[in-house]
Design a protein around this ligand. Structure first.
Ligand code: KIV
Ligand code: NA
Length: 275
């Protein structure tokens, strides 16, 4: 399992960090076998698994349950769990009670939270308490209502400058890494250059210290709308669909179950049964 120190060294050595989301044990197991450095139990859970049309409805309980499953499937991978909408903006005892559940009950290795300056104080306190924290800047989907849609952030120099300042503030607060979502590639490169901690991009170009994508997007599973920054490495939905259709058709035609799928009672027991 990677440590936060190893991740920082990977950045220094210019070895790209591969992060992927997972939400359950089998997906986490396959992610681990594929050699990902980090698994993110993202609150994208709400959209790709729970069927919501944003991440807003996702709860701390949802994240705890799915983190448990992920950790069971990938015991040897560093797991980061998202704090969901409005779960880290109250007083610190409330935030820390969620984080305690993540680490003690669910087995997460770190937490991630969206936002810049407004989160710095919380990041600092969590790090002081021994919790590894990952930041998340650029497009922050929990603020979709304020942002006004899922769109590229930091296109203007003043906005970009502000984002760089916030990234630096998160680093100073003790964050061990930052996710940077949906920004121009030049800004991705610049933030990675300005920080000592790894910058993990999603739609932030090729010059960040690592990349993160959503599991279902990578394998083409159920995702209807695929953002520009996604590359699909497989398209498994048609395979699943074909398998399920064959199953239904075999049941309807009594082709399934076959002899090989069937249990048999001994002949003499059968005679006893008929009397
Ligand atoms: O929830 C999520 O999957 C994320 C990544 C896309 C960074 O936050
Ligand atoms: Na997220």
């Amino acid at each position: 399992m990677k440590t936060t120190a190893q991740l920082k060294k990977m950045k220094k050595d210019r070895e790209p960090i591969a992060m992927l989301t997972a939400y359950d044990a089998p997906s986490a197991h396959l992610a681990e076998r594929a050699g990902v450095d980090l698994i993110l139990v993202g609150d994208s859970l709400g959209m790709v698994v729970l069927g919501y049309n944003s991440t807003i409805p996702v709860t701390v309980d949802d994240m705890v349950l799915h983190t448990k499953a992920v950790k069971k499937g990938a015991r040897d991978t560093f797991v980061v769990t998202d704090l969901p909408f409005f779960s880290y903006h109250g007083d610190f005892p409330e935030t820390s009670s969620h984080v305690r559940r993540y680490l003690q009950e669910a087995g997460a290795d770190a937490v991630k939270m969206e936002g810049g300056i407004e989160t710095v104080d919380t990041v600092k306190k969590l790090v002081q308490a021994g919790v590894p924290v990952m930041g998340h800047l650029g497009l922050t989907p929990q603020s979709v209502g304020v942002i006004g849609g899922y769109k590229v952030q930091g296109k203007e120099s003043s906005e970009a400058e502000h984002l760089i300042m916030e990234a630096q503030a998160l680093e100073e607060a003790g964050a061990f890494a930052v996710v940077l979502e949906c920004v121009p590639k030049q800004l991705g490169a610049l933030v990675a250059e300005r920080l000592d901690i790894p910058v993990i991009g999603i739609g932030a170009g090729a010059e960040t210290d690592g990349q993160v994508l959503v599991y279902h997007d990578v394998i083409g599973y159920g995702s209807e709308h695929v953002p520009k920054f996604v590359k699909q490495y497989a398209n498994i939905s048609p395979h699943i669909e074909a398998g399920l259709e064959n199953y239904v058709s075999d049941v309807k035609s009594r082709t399934f179950p076959e002899e090989a799928n069937t249990f048999t009672m001994k002949e003499e027991q059968l005679e006893g049964l008929y009397g």
